[in-house]
Design a binder for this molecule. Structure first.
Ligand code: GDP
Length: 458
């Protein structure tokens, strides 16, 4: 495939110690070479070296920037093409100037994600790995980053390829059987089909089991704080935000609701809903408060229900219990520094065995227990141990769910004694669906759409 030469600023816009203009394509070295002056000509520089020099405007001869230029010749590069990286250090203006010159010399401005897309098109990475790159850029916690990294390195791809290989073997076997019926290996073929299909089904199930946690790691856990006026909702919000390194949410190019706030609670990224509503100073009439909570509870994956230790339970409290029934929920009894008036027996009745934490947010007590409870709720058991092959991407989850259906259909067909070539249809479908995860059988428009979600210069 012959592709043109693309260029972009690959570092975030803004003041920084260095900024990088990156080029990829067959003319990358030549284009940069026309702008660069150093000890030796860029065309003569050895691959995988970094070279000190200056960039000047060929039209005027004016020096625009002092630079370090990395030269990486194909194919041992990220895109498998020649790559040039011009490290500039003079801030926004000069890096833009360098980019303009590069474009004037014949490079084309890269689209968002186009470098990664090239890596994909040139066969360096598959689609799920490319998506891992995107997740890595956007990850909100260390753990989410590790998951993205493992996906980028191809852990998920390897798993998927193994499954496809197993299916392929059965298909090949069936083909032989159909083409040479005199072999009469039908019985054996069915056993093989059953065995491989079960293996594939089980592994898809295992992958899907990681999906909930994977998705939480990637997208955050939508969380709502509910409670009557004055119980301490906004104090809780502030303590959570204060205690946990806030996570950057304004990812360029995404359409994220600006009102969202993220906190990282022991590796669980919480996406706090309606923080503006909680922070409103004047108390809302209780009835309106309950109505609003009802709506939010429906959107949330985790409900933090706050009660006042110092007051008796009111009908509004009971109503809040009711509207959040059956949800993942933690009961927080706040203001334990004041005398008890709450009926704990009744609370125990209402909470249906869900976790309960007592706090005095005023005295900074109980927050540790609350954070531990949040973590326990979502990361119980094995999650912290090694294996980071999580499925975290909705596209992958949807495909795996479909593949699970088709492979279950195949198994059912086997059990009900359907002819082998009927079973094969379901197996082939499964094979195709798994292929879509790694980009083996995806439509071009989907590829364009996926890569356009990337940041510029990536
Ligand atoms: P919200 O209306 O539910 O958001 O409640 P706030 O967080 O605004 O708290 C209402 C009042 O209770 C404020 O004056 C807080 O300082 C106070 N408050 C919050 N937590 C505690 C606590 O643990 N103990 C005591 N004594 N007061 C608290």
């Amino acid at each position: 495939m012959e592709l043109d030469t693309i260029a972009a600023i690959s570092t975030p816009m803004g003041e920084g110690a260095i900024a990088i203009v990156r080029l990829s394509g067959k003319d990358a070295v030549e284009i940069a070479g026309r702008l660069y002056k150093g000890k030796i000509r860029l065309e003569e520089a050895a691959t995988h070296t970094i070279n000190y020099g200056h960039i000047s405007d060929p039209a005027t001869g004016e020096v625009v920037e002092e630079v370090m230029v990395s030269i990486l010749r194909a194919p041992r590069t990220f895109t498998k093409e020649d790559i040039i990286e011009i490290n500039c250090h003079g801030g926004i203006v000069s890096v833009n100037k360098v980019l303009q010159l590069v474009l004037k010399e014949g490079a084309r401005l890269a689209e968002p994600g186009e470098f990664t897309k090239r890596a994909f098109l040139n066969g360096r990475i598959d689609l799920s790995q490319a998506e891992g790159v995107m997740d890595l850029i956007r990850s909100k916690t260390d753990r989410a980053m590790k998951v993205a990294l493992s996906q980028m390195e191809g852990k998920l791809s390897t798993r998927i390829q193994k499954l496809r290989q197993a299916l392929l073997e059965t298909v090949a076997h069936v083909e032989v059987n159909i083409d040479y019926p005199e072999y009469d290996a039908e019985e054996m073929t069915l056993d093989l089909l059953r065995e491989k299909s079960e293996f594939v089904k089980n592994d898809i199930e295992k992958l899907l089991q990681t999906a909930q946690q994977g998705k939480i790691l990637r997208d955050g856990l939508s969380t709502v704080i509910i409670g009557r006026p004055n119980v301490g909702k906004s104090s809780l919000l502030n303590s959570l935000v204060h205690d946990n390194r806030a996570i950057v949410t304004d990812v360029p190019g995404t359409t994220r609701d600006v009102l969202e706030e993220y906190v990282n609670v022991r590796g669980v990224p919480l996406r706090l809903l309606d923080t503006a509503g909680i922070r409103e100073t004047e108390d809302v009439v209780e009835k309106i408060g309950v109505e609003r909570s009802r709506k939010l509870v429906n959107e949330a994956e985790l409900v933090l229900l706050v009660l006042n230790f110092n007051e008796e339970l009111t009908p509004a409290d009971e109503e809040l219990f009711r509207i959040s029934e059956g949800r993942d929920r933690i009961i927080i009894i706040n203001k334990t520094d004041l005398p008890q008036n709450i009926d704990m027996d009744r609370v125990t009745e209402l909470k249906e065995g869900q976790p309960l934490v007592t706090t005095s947010l005023l005295k900074d007590e109980g927050l540790d227990e609350l954070e531990e409870a949040i973590k326990q709720l979502f990361f119980s058991g094995n999650i912290e141990s090694g294996d980071l092959t999580y499925v975290s991407n909705s596209r992958h989850i949807a495909l795996l769910n479909q593949a699970h259906t088709t492979i279950s259909d195949a198994l059912e067909a086997i059990e009900s004694g359907m002819p082998v070539d009927m079973v094969q249809i379901d197996i082939t479908k499964t094979w195709d669906l798994l292929g879509e995860v790694i980009g083996d059988s995806v439509h071009e428009s989907l590829i364009d759409q996926l890569f356009s979600q990337f940041c510029l210069g990536k």
